[in-house]
Design a protein around this ligand. Structure first.
Ligand SMILES: [Zn+2]
Length: 350
């Protein structure tokens, strides 16, 4: 197996600025590639115009999550790139929403998709996530393992230059799926920032507080599983959120989510699962046989009967992971889980 078959792992530690500098220096070339791809995909004109709106976001974040802005400044310095380019990498999904709702001023849904599954087994709590997106992002992805001066160790997958995304800590694991955003809000947290705030929590219950504290730029769904076995799913718009729970708790309980709202109070769009075949498929497969270990979660992530494993001309499942929360193991594939080899990263430095 060659290294290019897997996502590269980097280590960062120390203060927010230290972590940013280390991130930027280690991934300089890949961050430049990510910025270039972002500019091309958003369109150079829209990319330039977005700064006016996102400057307001930067000001909001500087006032409310200064440590995450310091980390982004460190990334920019380490990668020898402008701060606004790093902000735009972190605004990946938010920028797509901004382009759709502000720049183009219309409301068709975007193509980005994902699936999140959490399940309590007899001995562990597992969280599986498929990230489905443009296949070109596979050359921009990375696994980041962090050991901040203050707070929990973490490990996550994201694009180079990004502060966070789904991942895990000793306390919990996180999955996320985009939801149709009815509007775009400038003074809120970007998706990777909210992920980092959630990964800094010690329980699923504490993670709920994050949604009361910070508005979001875009709508997004977050699935959180903690080591005690508490599973919660939070559907969030810019300023509202709804919490979903499994039908029962304890071994055998599970919670599944894809890209359609399940809570009618948040949307006028069609509610899942009828709105999303990947959710219908996951619900059927979990009801038939609830996964009892990592391999069985992976099998469902690789499903083609309902398209959970995405193979499209322009898009695919670019990353798939299963987090084993109690032992702190993060099993990741670069590309479709049905065929890509798995690399296991320990949450704790080897
Ligand atoms: Zn597949």
């Amino acid at each position: 197996m060659k290294n290019k078959d897997f996502y590269r792992l980097i280590e960062v530690s120390g203060t927010p600025r230290d972590m940013g500098l280390q991130h930027g220096r280690q991934l300089r070339a890949r961050i430049h590639r990510t910025v270039q791809a972002m500019r091309e995909r958003i369109g150079p004109e829209a990319y330039e115009a977005s700064w006016r709106s996102f400057q307001q976001t930067a000001r909001y974040c500087r006032a409310n999550v200064p440590e995450l802005v310091e980390e982004m400044e460190g990334i920019a310095e380490g990668a020898e790139i402008e701060f606004r380019d790093v902000l735009n990498v972190n605004a990946h999904l938010d920028l797509a929403n901004w382009r759709r709702l502000v720049w183009n001023a219309h409301n068709e849904t975007d193509a980005t998709a994902c699936s999140s599954h959490a399940v309590v087994t007899d001995s562990d709590v597992l969280l599986g996530w498929n990230g489905d997106d443009w296949h070109g992002w596979m050359d921009c992805g990375v696994v980041v393992r962090g050991r901040p001066d203050r707070g929990q160790p973490f490990i996550y997958w994201s694009l180079a230059g990004s502060l966070g995304r789904p991942g895990m800590t000793p306390h919990l694991a996180l999955g996320a799926n985009s939801l149709p955003s009815p509007r775009w809000r400038a003074d809120g947290l970007l998706y990777p920032m909210l992920c980092r705030k959630l990964l800094a929590c010690c329980s699923a219950e504490e993670a709920l507080e994050v949604f009361h504290r910070y508005p979001r730029c875009s709508a997004m769904n977050y699935l959180i599983a903690d080591r005690s076995g508490l599973l919660i799913d939070v559907e969030s718009t810019d300023d509202r959120h709804a919490v979903l729970s499994p039908q029962h708790h304890g071994p055998g309980s599970y919670l599944l989510h894809t890209n359609s709202y399940l809570d009618a109070s948040l949307t006028e769009s069609q509610l899942g699962p009828q709105a999303c075949p990947r959710l219908t498929a996951a619900q059927r497969l979990y009801a038939e046989k609830t996964p009892a270990d990592v391999a069985e979660v992976r099998e469902i992530q690789s499903d083609h009967t309902g398209g959970i494993c995405v193979h499209e001309p322009e898009a695919c499942t670019i990353v798939s992971f299963v987090a084993e929360i109690r032992p702190g193991r993060f099993h990741v594939t670069r590309g479709n889980p049905c065929q890509a080899p798995v690399r296991t990263y320990s949450l704790h430095a080897e």
